[in-house]
Ligand binder design. Sequence first.
Ligand code: HGY
Ligand code: MN
Ligand code: MN
Length: 430
Amino acid sequence: MTDPAEATAPLPAPRVDGERLVARLTELRGIGAAADGGVTREAYGSADVAGRDLVAGWMAEAGLAVEVDGAANLIGRRAGTTGRWLASGSHLDTVVDGGWLDGAYGVVAAVEVAAALAGRPDARHGLAVVAYANEEGARGTQGMAGSRALVGQVDEEELATPDDDGVTLRDRIAAAGAEVARHDDAAWDLAAFDAVVELHIEQGPVLDATGTTLGAVTAITGRQALDVEVLGAANHAGATPMELRHDALAAAAEVVLAIEALPATGAVRVATVGHVTVGPNVRNVVPGRVALSAELRDEDAGRLDAAMALVEAELAPIAEKRGVALRTSWGQRVQPTACDPAVLAVVRRVCAESGRTWTELPSGAGHDAQILGREIPMAMVFVPSRGGLSHTPHEDTAPDDLVAGAQALLDAIVALDDVDQPDPTTEDRP
Ligand code: HGY
Ligand code: MN
Ligand code: MN
């Protein structure tokens, strides 16, 4: 017979299975692994799909109803008692030769959260655990394609746009086994969601350098993509005198330095040229054509706008001096997004009560949470990146920190389940 006192006793606070979390992340690391420790799971490719299949099995094991939607997002759901929803997740795709935790951590930890809550059928909110498709923008596509589909931001034109290999986004999604004809049905009923929380490695140096375990994210940086085409004149590298050249690569080098110099003027937080294509790319030919892929990042959309005008102004004299044509084409803008004060207050409370060291910090990297965060109250939790390294094979985080972050995510989801609208006022300070 059940002791009546036992029957009414509150359930113990749920705990994540830290050992399983780290073991699963290690198993996932094997999919797309390179000998140098790096991982490549390009969005919609075979490794990405294999990773998705592995995680789908874990979702099912956690008691979630699993679906791959028409945008190739993997979603595991469990309904609650009120018809309201909470969401958590991240992405499984990586940059080329990236790390094992960027994205994967937030997905696998969210599955652990679902598993820890599986024995609690009284949850008020449903829980949606998501592996968003194509966060990184594989092969020249626009990033965060999966999360943008959830908020109805991916249109026909984008689906028909070819990537760097000439394959359309529509065909990529189909090749990844998603029913792309149902792409637009992927859009969520956003009004049914009370909060979205994403757990991620910091990807920067702040937590690691200060020996801090948890980060409550205040805002996520904005990002403006830019392509620059430099058109000079290809010619014989031996017979063409220096003063008669229109060297596209030499001009492009000046463009790279001009873009790199922008942050020092205070115009923008960071600016990077990360990809260069040279034509014809032959030792004994003066380069005739260069394509540069660049980006500007800042927490302030107005500063991004102003920096775009500055780039144009800096490039014009380079074209003039070098006798080349410079064509700028401004690409994807992911707007900076502040975390929701009320959901952030819950994250702060969880961090303050975790017994771990914690602080507040902005995110210098982009995240799917910032797409959803413009529609649903959003917050993020960070854990340290060893040496501040990410988007490299050296990306790493101490197992104990990984477990602490997953527990903080679980505690935040439990706290958010208790209330329809969290209170934004809090005394918790790092
Ligand atoms: O580039 C970014 O910030 C993200 O990792 N996609
Ligand atoms: Mn990344
Ligand atoms: Mn990421």
